[in-house]
Design a protein around this ligand. Structure first.
Ligand code: XBP
Ligand code: MG
Length: 238
């Protein structure tokens, strides 16, 4: 494993956050530990579709190197050399079932925001900082999670929201971050990206945006050496 980012004291981490004109949040793994629910939703969709596929946590952890649920299904299918062909329409239908079930799981309230997230959002708003979302998941999934966690008017606090299918290339490509910078009309150095995975770190770094990592369940041992700060969670910002 490569060396960690030069450890800077949490107070410096808080300073990095405070100094930013805008905070750009990733969703899955960063605001909430949603990947376990995504995994359960994928498995539900496979059963509903009559497939004997079941992704356990170890398989899913490996598949998470592939960003995008539809892309993940295709890569898994490709590895099953003997599998019957799976058309784009089949994958889209599988993903539709998965997304609908994910929303039902989120609606139960079983996936709260991670420690420190709500406090950071409140403090950032009080400081007049601009907030944005740059994610690989879908607008529907963002809305399901944040409506449940922050109320139905959650989007009023986010000036720009860019989801995976809004851009040509998903993370680790920088597309979502370039689109956010364009919409905010800010320089990369004026912002901080808050991420949980190596793919997210690479995407934001390619857009030259400083990155704060909040370690998450499936990506704890990713290489975060390019991050400005690596925290266990956002409650360390104080
Ligand atoms: C994480 C992803 C997404 C989710 C599943 O996105 O890579 O694909 O795993 O959501 P983030 P979809 O950039 O927020 O960490 O099935 O909608 O892709
Ligand atoms: Mg993430």
């Amino acid at each position: 494993m490569q060396a960690e980012a030069p450890a800077i004291a949490p107070c410096d981490a808080a300073e990095l956050i405070r100094r930013a004109a805008a905070l750009i949040f990733d969703i899955d793994g960063t605001l909430a530990e949603t990947e376990e629910l995504h995994r359960q939703a994928f498995n539900y969709a496979f059963v509903r579709h009559g497939l004997d596929w079941q992704w356990d946590r170890a398989v899913y952890k490996d598949l998470l190197r592939v960003t995008g649920g539809k892309e993940r299904i295709r890569v898994f299918h490709g590895r099953l050399k003997i599998a019957a062909p799976l058309s784009d329409a089949n994958i889209a239908e599988l993903h539709r079932i998965k997304t609908a079930h994910y929303a039902e799981l989120v609606e139960t309230g079983c996936c709260p925001l991670r420690p420190g997230v709500t406090g950071l959002l409140i403090a950032a708003k009080a400081r007049g900082q601009r907030l944005a979302i740059a994610t690989t998941t879908s607008h529907g999934n963002i809305d399901a999670l944040l409506s449940r966690a922050l109320g139905t008017r959650w989007s009023a606090d986010f000036e720009a929201i860019v989801a995976g299918d809004d851009v040509e290339h998903k993370k680790p490509a920088p597309d979502v971050y370039f689109e956010i910078l364009a919409r905010l009309k800010l320089k990369a150095s004026d912002c901080v990206a808050i991420e949980d995975s190596a793919n997210g770190l690479i995407a934001a770094s390619r857009a030259k945006i400083p990155v704060l990592i909040t370690r998450s369940m499936f990506f704890r041992d990713d290489d975060f050496s390019a991050a400005r700060v690596v925290l266990d969670d956002l409650s360390e910002l104080g």
